[in-house]
Design a protein around this ligand. Structure first.
Ligand code: SF4
Length: 898
C-alpha cells in the first residue's frame, strides 16, 4: 500500500487537511462539527440512506457520509437551510416511532440527536404494534423502534461476517429480522453484540441493566478499561459498573486488536461472577470432606503441607501448575515462589497442552517463542493460509477480521479436516486426515520448490538448511502426499500456487497444528513454507502466527511459568541466566529443569510428588486421559487449588483457596500477537476471595519469605530487570500507550510488532529450514475403534466452561455435541439430537449426536466444555515428542449405546 495523500479542504470557512478518501462526515468531525448521521457508524461502510447528514459541498447538497472529499472542496454545514433539511429528515424518522423512542432519559442516539435539535418528545407519535422478539438471552428486538437504517445488518455482515440479519417488509414497515425467519434465538446469530452496539434507537438492546448502553454512549461514571479474560485475541473492553455490579461490558472503539468489536464471551459472559456457586471461603479437607475455614487457617495449613512435602522429598517433591488465565504478574510471582521459596523449577502452565510446540518450533526456526508479525500486518496480506484453526468460533474477533479481509479480496487457503467457518469462504480447502500435517506441509513445500516459487535470494542470504530440506522433500511429491493425507494432489498444487504466487502471504495457525504427537515438527514444517517464500522477517509477507488459546497463555510462558526457562525464556541451565536471576532475587536458582505437567502427574502416581498446587486450571476436565489425572491427584498427599468454583479438580483437592476473576484483578495480559495490555479491576473481588497475586504473597509470608513485589506494577518492573526483552514495559507506560508488543527492551522506544526485519534471533541470525520426516500419529483407527476423534472449542463456551456455563451462554449451547458425518450416522445407527456414548482405548464419554457434514466421513468432533460428558476420559497420553503437548487431535474411538 502506498502512502496516503492529504487533501486540503475547507469546512465552514476553516481550512484543514484530511487523508484522501475521507468522507465529508469525517472531515466535518475533524473540523469540530458533529452532524447527525443515523445510518452511519465508523466501523461500517457508508449507506447514505437516512439523509440526516446533509451538507453543501461545492454548491451541491449531498449526504456527507457517502461523499468523499475532493481537493479544495468548500463544505458548508451550518446554514439555516441545511439545518432545516437535517431537522426535517430526523423529525420524519422520529415521527413514525412510538413515544417511548424519545422519552425523557432515553440514552439512544436518535433521542440524543432529537434533544440536541430541539425536536420535542411529542414528535414521536407512531402507533407501534409491530411486536418484538425476546427469545435470545442477550438480545432483545423491539420492532416498533426500528428505523431500518441497516446498521445492525451491516455490522453483522461487514464486521462480524455472520450475515444473520436482514431487512424485511416494505416502505415504512421495513424492519430488521433474523435471516432464517424464525425467533432470534434459533437464528445464525453468534451474539457478538455488534447489532446491540450500533443500533441508534434502542430497537436492538441487551436486556437487564445493560439496556440502552452502547460503546457510542459515554455513561456518567467512566467505565473501566480492561482486557478480555477469555481467549488470546486480547479485546479491549469497557466495563460499566452501576450500584457495585457490572451493568455492561462494551467493546472499546479504540481497542488495538478488536476496534470496537467483541464476541459472546467477552461481551456478555460475566454472569459467572455473581453465581451462587462462586467460592467465597477457603476449604480444607477434614475427614474426607471439604469444610469452610478462615484464610489464616487455610494459609497456615497449606504452608505446613508444602513444608512437610519438601522435608519428606526435597524441593522437587512439590510442583505448581500456573494459570494461563491469570495475569502476567500472578504468573511471575508463582514461578518466583516455586524457585525462591521452595527451590524447585517444578512449575508449568497450560501452554504445555496447547502451544508449547509453537514456542519450541518457532524458537528453533526463527529464534523467539512468539508469532512473527503483528495482526495488523497480517490484515494486509493478499493470501491467508489458515491452518488447524477455527477462529470464527475459538477466536471470534480474529475470525471476523480475517473473513473481512477475504471479503475484500485476499485469497484464502484453509487447511483443516473439518469444514470450519472460514472454509466456507476458502479458495482452496485442504482436508488432511488428522495427524498428517507434516506430510501436508512437505507436500506444499515440494511444489514451491518444484515450480520455482521460492525466494532464492532470501534463502541464500537469510536461511540455512536448504540442501537437507530439498533432499527430504524429494520424497513428498503431490501423489504420495495425497495418499498420506487424503488431500487430492490437484488441491495441493492449487494451494501451493496461491501461497507461492502471492505478494504478501501470511500463515495463521492453531491447535490443529500443535496438539499432535509431532506437533513441534508440524510447526517447523509450516514455518518452512514462509522461509521458502521469503515471507517472514521481510516486506514480502507476514510470517507465521499462532492463535493463542487462553487469554494469557503467551504471557504465562513469557513470565517463566515453565520448568526449563526463567522470565524472558532464559534457560535455567544457562549459568549467565541464573546469575542474573540471583542478582535480582538474591538466591541461587536451581539449574535442573523441573517437571512438565504430564510428568507431574506421572510423578504423583509414582509417589514421588508429595504436593501439587493447581492455580486456575481444571485439569480433571481439560487434561487428557482423565482417569490417569484423577489417580495422580488422589495419590498425591497434598493438592491445593486456587479456584473460582468447586471444579472437578478442586473436588479432589485437600485445600481450595477462593480466587478473584479477571474482572476483579490488576495486572497485564499478553495477547496472541505479543501485545502487553492492562487488566484493571472493574469491581472488587467478592468478600472472602483474594487475588492470586495476594494469595501467593500471603502463602510465601506464611512460609517465612517476603516475596517483595508489593503490587502487580512492582512485579512487572522486577520482571523487566530479570528479562531484558521486557525491560521497556511498565504499568505506567501501558496506561499511557494502551498496548505495547515485546520484545521491548527500552522504555523510550516502541516494542517490536514485526520481528526479524534485520536478522533472525538464532545464533547465526538466519532462519532455519527443518528437514523433519513425516511420522504417523500415536493412534490410528482399526476394526475396534474405527473413527478418529478430534476435540476443540465451540463459539459459546470456553475450555471447561466453568465461567461460560454459568450464565446465558448455557442457553445458547447447552451440551457437548458429537458431530458425526451422515454416512457414519447411517452406518452406526446414530440419530441427530440423541445421546450417544463414545469409547476409546482409554475411557468412555457421553455426548449428544449432531449429524453434520462439518466432519469428514470416518471422523467425529466434539468440544470439552461440560466436564460431566467426560470427553477427556477418551483422549490418550500420547504427546508431542519434543514438548509433551498432548495429542488431543487424534484419538481412535467407536460409538456405543449410551
Ligand atoms: Fe474475548 Fe476473545 Fe471474544 Fe475478544 S474474541 S471478546 S478476547 S473471547
Amino acid at each position: 500500500m502506498g502512502p496516503v495523500t492529504a487533501v486540503g479542504i475547507e469546512v465552514d470557512g476553516t481550512g484543514l487537511e484530511v487523508p484522501e478518501g475521507t468522507s465529508l462526515l469525517s472531515a466535518a468531525l475533524a473540523a469540530g462539527v458533529e452532524l447527525p448521521a443515523l445510518c452511519s457508524d465508523d466501523r461500517l461502510s457508508p449507506a447514505g440512506s437516512c439523509r440526516t447528514c446533509l451538507v453543501r459541498a461545492g454548491g451541491r447538497v449531498v449526504a456527507a457520509c457517502v461523499t468523499p472529499v475532493s481537493p479544495g472542496v468548500r463544505v458548508e454545514t451550518a446554514t439555516a437551510d441545511l439545518d432545516a433539511l437535517r431537522r426535517d429528515a430526523v423529525e420524519l424518522i422520529a415521527s413514525a416511532l412510538p413515544p417511548r423512542a424519545l422519552a425523557d432519559g432515553n440514552p439512544g442516539e436518535l433521542a440524543r440527536i432529537c434533544r440536541s435539535m430541539g425536536i420535542a418528545p411529542e414528535t414521536a407519535r407512531g402507533a407501534g404494534g409491530r411486536g418484538g422478539d425476546d427469545s435470545h438471552p442477550y438480545v432483545r428486538l423491539d420492532r416498533d423502534l426500528c428505523i431500518a437504517c441497516g446498521r445492525c445488518v451491516r455490522m453483522c455482515s461487514e464486521v462480524q461476517g455472520t450475515f444473520a440479519l436482514t431487512l424485511v417488509g416494505r416502505g415504512g414497515d421495513t424492519v430488521v429480522a433474523p435471516g432464517t425467519g424464525g425467533p432470534w434465538a434459533e437464528s445464525d446469530c453468534v451474539a457478538c453484540g455488534g447489532c446491540v452496539d450500533t443500533c441508534p434507537t434502542g430497537a436492538i438492546t441487551q436486556p437487564g441493566p445493560a439496556r440502552g448502553l452502547t460503546s457510542g454512549i459515554r455513561p456518567a461514571a467512566a467505565p473501566t478499561r480492561t482486557t478480555c479474560g477469555y481467549c488470546g485475541v486480547g479485546c479491549a473492553l469497557d466495563v460499566v459498573v452501576r450500584e457495585g455490579g457490572i451493568a455492561a461490558v462494551l467493546p472499546a472503539r479504540d481497542g488495538p486488536v478488536n476496534h470496537g468489536h467483541a464476541c459472546v464471551k467477552g461481551r456478555f459472559s460475566h454472569g459467572f461472577r455473581t453465581s451462587p456457586e462462586r467460592l467465597t471461603r477457603p476449604l480444607l479437607r477434614r475427614g474426607g470432606v471439604l469444610e469452610p475455614v478462615g484464610w489464616d487457617e487455610a494459609l497456615a495449613h497449606t504452608a505446613r503441607a508444602l513444608r512437610a512435602a519438601v522435608d519428606a522429598g526435597g524441593p522437587d517433591a512439590v510442583a505448581a501448575i500456573s494459570s494461563a488465565r491469570a495475569t502476567n504478574e500472578d504468573n511471575y510471582l508463582i514461578q518466583k515462589f516455586m524457585r525462591v521459596v521452595l527451590g524447585t523449577n517444578n512449575v508449568d502452565n497450560c501452554s504445555r497442552l496447547c502451544h508449547s510446540p509453537s514456542a519450541a518450533g518457532l524458537t528453533a526456526s526463527f529464534g523467539l517463542a512468539g508469532g512473527t508479525d503483528s495482526f495488523d500486518d497480517v490484515q494486509r496480506a493478499d493470501c491467508l493460509l489458515v491452518v488447524g484453526a477455527n477462529p470464527v468460533e475459538a477466536h471470534p474477533v480474529v475470525g471476523a477480521r480475517l473473513l473481512n479481509r477475504v471479503l475484500h479480496g485476499a485469497a484464502l487457503i484453509v487447511a483443516d479436516p473439518r469444514t470450519v467457518g472460514l472454509a466456507r469462504h476458502a479458495d482452496v480447502h485442504l482436508r488432511p486426515r488428522p495427524g498428517t500435517n507434516v506430510a501436508l506441509f512437505h507436500g506444499l513445500a515440494h511444489i514451491l520448490l518444484a515450480e520455482g516459487l521460492t525466494d532464492e535470494e532470501f534463502l541464500r542470504e537469510r536461511a540455512t538448511g536448504l540442501p537437507e530440506l530439498t533432499a527430504l522433500l524429494a520424497g513428498y511429491p503431490p501423489e504420495r502426499v495425497a495418499e498420506l493425507t487424503g488431500v487430492p494432489a490437484a488441491d495441493l498444487v492449487a494451494a501451493a500456487r496461491r501461497y507461492g504466487r502471492a505478494e504478501r502471504p501470511a500463515i495463521v495457525y492453531g491447535l490443529g497444528v500443535t496438539e499432535h504427537l509431532h506437533g513441534t515438527d508440524g510447526v517447523r514444517a509450516l514455518a518452512n513454507l514462509a522461509i521458502l517464500r521469503g515471507a517472514v522477517g521481510s516486506d514480502r509477507g507476514y510470517g507465521v502466527n499462532p492463535l493463542r488459546g487462553q487469554n494469557n497463555v503467551q504471557g504465562a510462558s513469557d513470565m517463566g511459568a515453565l520448568p526449563d526457562v526463567l522470565p524472558g525464556y532464559g534457560k535455567v541451565t544457562d549459568p549467565a541466566v541464573r546469575a542474573r536471576a540471583q542478582d535480582v532475587w538474591g538466591i541461587r536458582v536451581p539449574e535442573r529443569p523441573g517437571l512438565r505437567i504430564p510428568d507431574m502427574f506421572t510423578a504423583a502416581r509414582a509417589g514421588d510428588l508429595r504436593a501439587l498446587w493447581v492455580i486456575g486450571e481444571d485439569v480433571r476436565a481439560t487434561d487428557p486421559d482423565t482417569n490417569r489425572v484423577t489417580r495422580a491427584l488422589d495419590t498425591c498427599p497434598f493438592v491445593v487449588c486456587n479456584e473460582l468454583f468447586l471444579s472437578e479438580t478442586a473436588r479432589h483437592a485437600d485445600a481450595v483457596l477462593p480466587a478473584a476473576s479477571w474482572l476483579e484483578k490488576d495486572g497485564t495480559f499478553v495477547n496472541f500477537d505479543r501485545r502487553f495490555q492492562r487488566v484493571r479491576p472493574a469491581v472488587p473481588p467478592p468478600g472472602g476471595t483474594r487475588t492470586d497475586f495476594d494469595i501467593v504473597r500471603a502463602l510465601a509470608a506464611a512460609m517465612g519469605t517476603d516475596l517483595g513485589c508489593a503490587t502487580p506494577a512492582e512485579a512487572l518492573a522486577e520482571c523487566g530487570r530479570l528479562a531484558p526483552v521486557f525491560a521497556g514495559l511498565s504499568h505506567d507506560r501501558l496506561d499511557r500507550e494502551g498496548a505495547v508488543p515485546w520484545p521491548c527492551p527500552d522504555p523510550g522506544r516502541p516494542g517490536e510488532a514485526k520481528l526479524y526485519t534485520e536478522r533472525f534471533a538464532t545464533p547465526d541470525g538466519r532462519a532455519r529450514l527443518a528437514a523433519v520426516p513425516y511420522l504417523p500419529p500415536g493412534e490410528e483407527p482399526d476394526d475396534d475403534y474405527p473413527l478418529l476423534l478430534v476435540t476443540g472449542r465451540r463459539w459459546a463456551h470456553y475450555n471447561s466452561g466453568s465461567m461460560t456455563r454459568r450464565g446465558g451462554n448455557l442457553a445458547l449451547d447447552p451440551v457437548d455435541f458429537l458431530d458425526v458425518h451422515p454416512d457414519d450416522a447411517g452406518r452406526y445407527g446414530v440419530r441427530d439430537g440423541v445421546p450417544v456414548a463414545v469409547e476409546s482405548r482409554h475411557g468412555r464419554a457421553g455426548l449428544v449426536a449432531r449429524v453434520s457434514e462439518q466432519t469428514a466421513p470416518g471422523q467425529v468432533f466434539c468440544s470439552f466444555h461440560f466436564p460431566a460428558s467426560g470427553v477427556n476420559r477418551l483422549t490418550s497420553h500420547h504427546a508431542d515428542t519434543v514438548t509433551s503437548c498432548p495429542e488431543y487431535k487424534v484419538t481412535a474411538v467407536r460409538l456405543a449405546m449410551p
